[in-house]
Design a protein around this ligand. Structure first.
Ligand code: NAD
Ligand code: TDX
Length: 340
């Protein structure tokens, strides 16, 4: 199989590329990434010389480039997005550009290139916010996005489904809960708190810290996407979850415990605007239809993740100093194809 992965230099996309190249030595992967602040080619250092891997620096809005790349792949696996809720609250434009217009551009080209198989990576946040005791989100939950980020992702999901119904584009969609693990940009809760403690800063818990997220190790998300692109039913949506609901304070205390710090390192700060209370995902469909379920327990996964950040200080330092962006330049000039 030849895959066009968009956004493969980000957190989940880079983990997915590692997963595919390791699991399927015959498969080929083309990674199209614009290298925004969230794209980091150091995430792919281990595979950069793999003959089955090619990096292309470019934007999913660049139609000529996308047309050229889509032509000879079997499947498009679409991760590229603006992904951070807090940034979407400050400035929503780039979220609409990449998440909505960018997805539309890919769909249109996939349609015009012989109806390519298209898998769209989405989020549980499109379903809105749950209260304690509400049933978990599932594939039939109505959309109710409440942040500019989730509104842009909801819009992209609708466009993907519309291309299935209108044009018979062979699509699938997955809506996943919060991921954690290696290579996550240190703006998201778990890596931000781990790296803050490493750097001697306090942990800014928004509001009371009682908001709940369902956590899934990124490796398990990659396994689920792999199952869907190979065995998923065309036109279907799959909800993916970790079965590990935790309050933000539980996460905070766990990180403090694993890193041997005490509660005086917590600082309560004003709440996020429109902060969703709770996410929870019912993953029984993918479990029964595709025999997928999480394999990494939160206890093991969070321990391993803390260790990963402690053991990858150079990766982190390069982000803090901005050096990671030069790694991209060096890499493009010396090793990999740059088309467009
Ligand atoms: P990320 O922010 O770490 O990575 C996004 C990648 O997309 C970056 O490499 C960036 O350079 C690239 N990109 C951005 N705009 C682009 C453009 N216009 N053209 C080409 N590339 C572009 O994001 P992530 O956390 O890895 O999330 C990946 C996908 O998974 C997103 O679609 C996100 O909505 C979804 N998702 C994330 C989570 C999570 O917990 N992180 C959970 C569920 C779903
Ligand atoms: O400093 C912080 N303090 C804090 O209390 C940060 C960065 C976050 N939080 C809280 C807000 C959320 O309740 O922690 C929770 C998790 O926050 P994020 O890591 O920003 O994730 P979230 O907003 O839940 O969205 C994530 O999961 C779904 C990803 O960023 C999305 O891309 C994905 O779709």
């Amino acid at each position: 199989m030849k895959l066009l992965v968009t956004g493969g230099a980000g957190f989940i996309g880079s983990n997915f590329i590692h997963y595919i190249l390791k699991s399927y030595p015959e498969d080929k992967v083309v990674n199209l990434d614009a290298l925004t602040y969230a794209g980091n080619l150091e995430n792919l250092k281990d595979v950069e010389n793999n003959p089955n891997y090619q990096f292309v620096h470019g934007d999913i809005m660049d139609s000529l480039l996308v047309e050229e790349l889509i032509r000879d792949v079997d499947v498009v696996v679409h991760f590229a997005a603006e992904s951070h809720v807090d940034r979407s609250i400050l400035d929503s434009d780039s979220f609409v550009r990449t998440n909505v217009n960018g997805t539309l551009n890919l769909l249109e080209i996939a349609k015009n290139s012989g109806n390519k198989r298209f898998h769209h990576i989405s989020t549980d946040e499109v379903f809105g916010s749950l209260n304690i005791g509400d049933p978990a989100f599932n594939e039939n939950t109505h959309y109710d996005p409440r942040s500019p980020y989730s509104a842009s992702k909801a819009s992209s999901d609708h466009l993907v489904r519309s291309y299935f119904h209108t044009h018979n584009l062979p699509v699938t969609i997955s809506n996943c809960s919060n991921n954690y693990g290696p290579f996550q940009f240190p703006e998201k809760l778990i890596p931000f708190f781990i790296t803050s403690l490493m750097e001697g800063r306090k942990l800014p818990v928004y509001g009371t810290g009682e908001n709940i997220r369902d956590w899934l190790h990124v490796k398990d998300h990659c396994r689920a996407i792999d199952k869907i692109i190979r065995e998923g039913k065309i036109g279907d949506t799959y909800c993916i979850g970790g079965g590990a609901e935790k309050t933000n304070l539980e996460i905070t205390h766990k990180i403090l415990e694993l890193m041997e710090f005490d509660d005086t390192n917590i600082e309560y700060v004003p709440d996020r605007k429109g902060h969703d209370k709770r996410y929870a995902v019912d993953f029984s469909k993918i479990k029964s239809e595709l025999a997928w379920e999480p394999s990494v327990s939160f206890e093991d996964g969070i321990k391993e993740t803390v260790e990963w950040y402690k053991n990858n200080i150079q990766w982190l330092t390069n982000i803090k100093t901005g050096e990671y962006r030069n790694y991209g330049d060096h890499h493009l000039n010396n090793k990999h194809t740059k088309i467009g």
